[in-house]
Design a protein around this ligand. Sequence first.
Ligand code: BEZ
Length: 566
Amino acid sequence: MKFSVDTEFRVPMRDGVELATSVWRPDGPGPFPALLVRTPYGKDGADLYGNQKLPDVFALVEAGYAVVAQDVRGTGQSPELLEPHRHDGEDGVDTLGWLAAQPWCDGNIGTWGGSYMGFVQWQAAALGAPALRAMSTAMTSADLYRAPWYSPGGALSLGGFYTWASLAALGNVRRGAAPGRAGELMAGLADSEKLFDPLPVADRSALIEALPWVREVLDHPERDAYWENLAAIDRAASITVPAFHLGGWYDLFLGETVRAYTLMRQHGGSEAAREGQRLVIGPWGHPDGADAGLFPDRSFGMAGSIKAAAVTDSQLQFFDHWIRGRADDGPRVRIFVMGIDTWRDETDWPLPDTRYTDYHLTGDGRANTARGDGRLTAAGPDQDASDVFRYDPLDPVPTLGGNILPLGGFAGPADQSEIENRSDVLCYTTPELDRPLEVTGPVELVLHVSSSAPDTDFTGKLVDVHPDGRALILCEGMCRTRYQADRMVPGDVYELRLDLNVTSNVFLPGHRLRLEVSSSNFPRYDRNTNTGGVIAEEARTVVAINQVHHGPAHPSRLVLPIIERS
Ligand code: BEZ
């Protein structure tokens, strides 16, 4: 293969700032269709070229595309300091306009990239860019409140936020911001307790000095106009291009990956956008290395590796169709079904034959720990009861795996047994299954709760209990009660709906389904201080006595997407 690489382009933005850009071109005069990636991680670095979740640049060039990589404003060789999200939409539109006007570009452009490189694609697409034909996104979000900065239930995603922000702040320090604060930022990254534990949460002066955007995020704990403005998916109707979505069952962006697919299918701004969405989800987490399908507590076998998903082939097939008009016979949805550890093609998401089925919480009032009497039953219970636990924000339930950036442990299917010994974790478990049970799709938890506090959190986790005792997390979520119950009155019972994200798992014979309920998952989420005040500003915490009610009067239940096929 012959190609040329020019790393010295400077592309002018509307305000005169010039962004550093590299262009890879196939041999020959062109003009070529182009594929653009905009990154904060180095346009010429290994993060772009060695990342298995992204298509292989050499293969893209060999297939006849010009590949264009740009350092986003405030990173790499581009000028200014990083202000996350501020310029991403307009800079993306300006770059697409510049690209379409180059003599070596035929005016048909696709964008690609994962994570932050996906955020920027959504921001530009929502503003409308005439030359854009298709987007290929991996493990990303088009609704930045829901992921990665806060969460669907309203808690701050503290661990991921402060980890990523510390790295970004160090980038700004290298450019001259906040002189003398590098040591503190590095200390926080080296010792996560220093970064996550101190209260108030907002008391992080080195971080805020180097990256003032951190203060903005903390100042907007609700999904208000600030976040609506950054939620490209709220403007799905103005996005007219198809998108390829790559996701991981243990990726922190999983919920928003499938939500972007679903909302674009429903509301995309053209027939092509509605029909052209494609979704691939494998047993992977976000960090590099979490894409082999191999985790300390669970291996998904050879098929679970991202190599088996042939990311470059599928993305090329997708681009070739939407940019060059070639045939695309790839499936609309391709998922790795855990438990049976097999890839399966589907016609849509959620799977059209899903039966949403209630599994009721029940027991005699002692569901605390996995040794308690909490049960999960398909038949509705005929007796009312409730389970009580003490939630102390200064002794929160620690995060163990799940859909996280690694925070001390690993992202993925971690064994929850240790957590299930805590008296502030309620466990509701089915008997051992005598036949396989498939759960594929969105999982919802309806909880009837009361609390001694005016505001607190409730968390829920779906777990696959293996015959050898491993209790492996599948998916989880939370609810900050102020967003569904306003200020609670002690003794009053409130119904909450918790989005527990999505999964695909066959519970095999001999396995048990388990639901864990508690009030914290730290540092995945910030801790509710239980005071009813502005949480990020609170140094004071109060212990809450929290209660889950179940039975005919208070039908607390897990709503599972069940798939039954012969
Ligand atoms: C990423 O680009 O990998 C990333 C961005 C924001 C939060 C977490 C990860």
